[in-house]
Structures are given as C-alpha cells and as structure tokens.
Design a protein around this ligand. Structure first.
Ligand code: 13P
Length: 254
C-alpha cells in the first residue's frame, strides 16, 4: 500500500541555528500528534542535513533538495548523493521547478541525479508540473507526461519503487494560488494512469503522489480528501512548525 506523506521543502531559508530550532519544534509537534500513518519528511539545505538528522526522532526523515550528477571528484561546490546519504538523510528532492528553471536542470541532468540518488539508497521525491502558459493552452498533461517519461521512466520496476512523485503546478508555487482540489485530483489520477501504463497497475497503486503549491494548514484538508492525492510537498508553510504540524494532522485524519 502506498504511503501517506507530508514533506517540507525549506528551500534556501534558515541559518543552521534557526534550522535546528525549527527541526526541534517540528519534531515536538509531530511527535505529539502520534500520526503513525503519515511519513513526515523535512527537506533542508545541505548544511543542515547532518544536524537536523541528529535532533529529530526516527519517525521524521530528512531529505536533501538536490544532489550532484557525478559520483565524486573535481566538481567544486557540488554535493554528491553519497555525501547526502552519509548525513543520515533518506530522501532527496529532484527536478523541482526552481532547479529546472533557475539552474537549467534538463531531463538528461535529472536522469543522472536520480541514478546517483538510487545508487546511494536515497528515495527520490521527483517533481513535475506545468507553467501557467502550458495550463492555459491545455498542454499540462502532455508536459507532465514528458517530464515523467524523460526523467524517471528509464528506471527498472525495482528502482521505481523508490520514487515518490510530487505534482507541483509552477503557477501555484509561492503564489498563494492553489490548484483546486479537482485540478489536483485530475492531474494525480492522470499521473497514476501514466505510471500504470509503464509499470503496471500494482506499481502505480503503490506510488505516492504528493501535491505541492501553496498547500497550507487551511487547504490541506480538502486536498487530502482526494483519492489520488497521497500527501503534500510543502514550501512556505513548512517553515512554521505549527502550520506544518497542522498539515500532518490533516493528512493523518483521512
Ligand atoms: P509553496 O508551498 O511555498 O507554494 O512551495 C511549494 C513548493 O515548491 C514545495 O516544493
């Protein structure tokens, strides 16, 4: 059975000290919820990973937000998947729209990053999503399918079991404009169908598909009532322990 997941993506926020404080607060609030049916993940900047992994209980997993395409060597400023794994992190977010658009991450680059992550036993939270113009011109299904096919459909069935998909419509990220519950469900069902066509129905049923884009303590409840929305990838609201834990509580309820 697929997992219910609430993952925070802190993006480039919080100094190390602030991050440790936030992680401790999140840990206390999530523990108090005793939401055993939800996998809670915090996605921190690289420098926070090892420290955050130390202060959270094992029920909370830690995730990086990126990793290098290469294994090791002369790649100044890069952080390898092996380094991420060595901090105690179990996940890595790859293909986020901010990485695709600001740092030129192409499908070919993402194929390499996903491979490095899986080689190092990291589960991948693979992000897909269309920009506003693509939705307005009704290309959103085509765009998301292409991101899946060219980014992760090279994987074997075994490898694919370590992938979580996050649908993040770019027009909803950090804008306060959430996809409607119906829009989220429609795309999530499409993603599951697309996965089923490639990997079979059973694998598709076992794949967690998260929604991301202005998901918050107020709208999480409605989003999570959808049968194909397995959880959320949370940006802004993950920076406030109270809001983040309310989202975990909403996920736990349904
Ligand atoms: P917001 O929740 O701030 O819109 O960000 C979503 C996101 O990009 C998570 O990866």
């Amino acid at each position: 059975m697929r997992k219910k997941i609430v993952a925070g993506n802190w993006k480039m926020n919080k100094t190390l000290q602030e991050g440790i404080e936030l992680a401790k607060e999140v840990n206390a609030k999530v523990k108090a919820l005793n939401a055993q049916n939800v996998q809670v993940i915090v996605g921190t900047p690289f420098i926070h990973l090892a420290e955050v992994a130390k202060v959270v209980d094992p029920v909370i997993a830690v995730s990086a937000q990126n990793c290098a395409t290469e294994v090791s060597g002369a790649f100044t400023g890069e952080v390898s998947a092996a380094m991420v794994a060595s901090t105690g992190s179990r996940y890595v977010i790859l293909g986020h729209s901010e990485r695709r658009s600001y740092y030129g991450e192409t499908d070919a680059i993402l194929v390499k990053k996903v491979a490095r992550a899986l080689e190092n036993k990291l589960d991948v939270i693979f992000c897909v999503g269309e920009v506003l113009e693509e939705r307005e011109t009704e290309k959103h299904f085509e765009v998301v399918k292409s991101q899946l096919v060219n980014g992760i459909f090279n994987l074997s069935n075994e490898e694919f079991a370590h992938v979580i998909i996050a649908y993040e419509p770019v027009w909803a990220i950090g804008t306060g404009k959430t996809a409607t519950s119906a829009q989220a469900q429609e795309m999530h069902a499409f993603i599951r169908k697309t996965v089923a066509e490639k990997y079979g129905k059973e694998t598709a049923e076992n794949t967690s598909i998260l929604y991301g884009g202005s998901c918050n303590a107020k709208n999480a409840d409605e989003l999570f009532t959808n049968p194909d929305v397995d959880g959320g990838l949370i940006g802004g609201a993950s920076l406030k322990a109270e809001d983040f834990s309310l989202i975990v509580a909403a996920r736990s309820k349904h």
